[in-house]
Design a protein around this ligand. Structure first.
Ligand code: G1P
Length: 279
């Protein structure tokens, strides 16, 4: 069974929708309650058995690196106080995981960001988490569900999908496909379109920020043409593989919050707050 060892986090973007909060603080460091978004993503990757976190980052994002390093002064100051456990979760991550970093020099789309991470990956399948999409599930995490599916289809890339209202499809990559035999939630993808208008969209099945990609994607990205905005889209690269029958879209179990929008970010905080204060 192919094991996924590495997860790529494309986290170089400016997060301009959250200005002024994101002027000096990476958007991935914005907290849901007291835990930054990026830590939720890393914990989800760990839940899928992954222990190498490959960050495609920028020089403005040093706080992400600092978050995943020990901080002896703070630890000394809370030692033997009731606050001591507050760093336990992140310290556990630091002990269990390797973090690797590469700087993305130019912002040229998600496909370009993923290609930038090639040097961190090696010749193996890998996961991608966009931490803006915060996924939660009481049972298996979304990425664990996807790694289980990938184990059955090792030659395929897997994308997570969710049915969204038709008026919202223009924020997403949208897929078309047919259910795999005996499946209620996994589609063999025939077509994929990046941010279509509702009239252009083949379905309302929209990609959310979880992918498992085979190493083949890097060769495809090398020849993928930029879109009309000059960006290289992972959706366009995946379409090349979909035409060869090598992409599966998986309608996951769980809840996803679009923390790239202020509304979704507030909803995620409300959701986790109600869980926290009722426990
Ligand atoms: C990216 C992808 C898009 C996908 C989305 C999920 O878009 O290009 O296909 O549906 O992530 O969050 P972005 O949100 O970065 O514009």
């Amino acid at each position: 069974m192919p094991v996924i060892n590495k997860c790529l986090f494309p986290v170089a973007g400016y997060g301009t929708r959250f200005l002024p909060a994101t002027k000096a603080i990476p958007k991935e460091m914005l907290p849901i309650l007291t835990k930054p978004l990026i830590q939720y993503g890393v914990e989800e990757a760990m839940s899928a058995g992954i222990n190498t976190m490959a960050m495609v980052t920028s020089k403005h994002k040093q706080a992400i690196k600092a978050h995943f390093q020990p901080h002896p002064e703070i630890e000394a100051s809370i030692q033997d106080t009731p606050k001591a456990p507050l760093l336990d979760e992140v310290n556990h991550i630091i002990q269990q995981c390797n973090f690797t970093y590469i700087e993305q020099q130019q912002m040229q789309g998600l496909g370009h960001a993923i290609y930038t991470g090639k040097a961190l990956i090696g010749h193996e399948p890998f996961a991608v988490i966009l931490p803006d999409d915060l996924c939660t599930n009481d049972d298996d995490s979304v990425l664990l569900q996807m790694t289980k599916l990938h184990a059955q289809h090792p030659d395929c890339c897997i994308v997570a999908i969710e049915a969204v209202p038709m008026h919202a499809v223009d924020k997403y990559g949208v897929i078309d496909g047919e259910l795999l035999p005996d499946s209620k939630n996994a589609y063999r993808v025939h077509n994929m379109v990046e941010k279509p208008t509702p009239a252009e969209a083949p379905t309302n099945l929209s990609i959310v920020g979880r992918y498992i990609l085979t190493h083949e994607i890097f060769a495809v990205l090398e020849t993928t043409q930029p879109d009309k905005n000059g960006e290289i889209q992972i959706t366009d690269a995946l379409l090349t593989l979909a035409k060869q029958g090598k992409v599966i879209a998986y309608q996951f179990q769980g809840t996803r919050f679009d923390c790239g929008s202020v509304k979704g970010f507030v909803e995620a905080n409300t959701f986790f707050a109600s869980k926290f204060f009722s426990s």
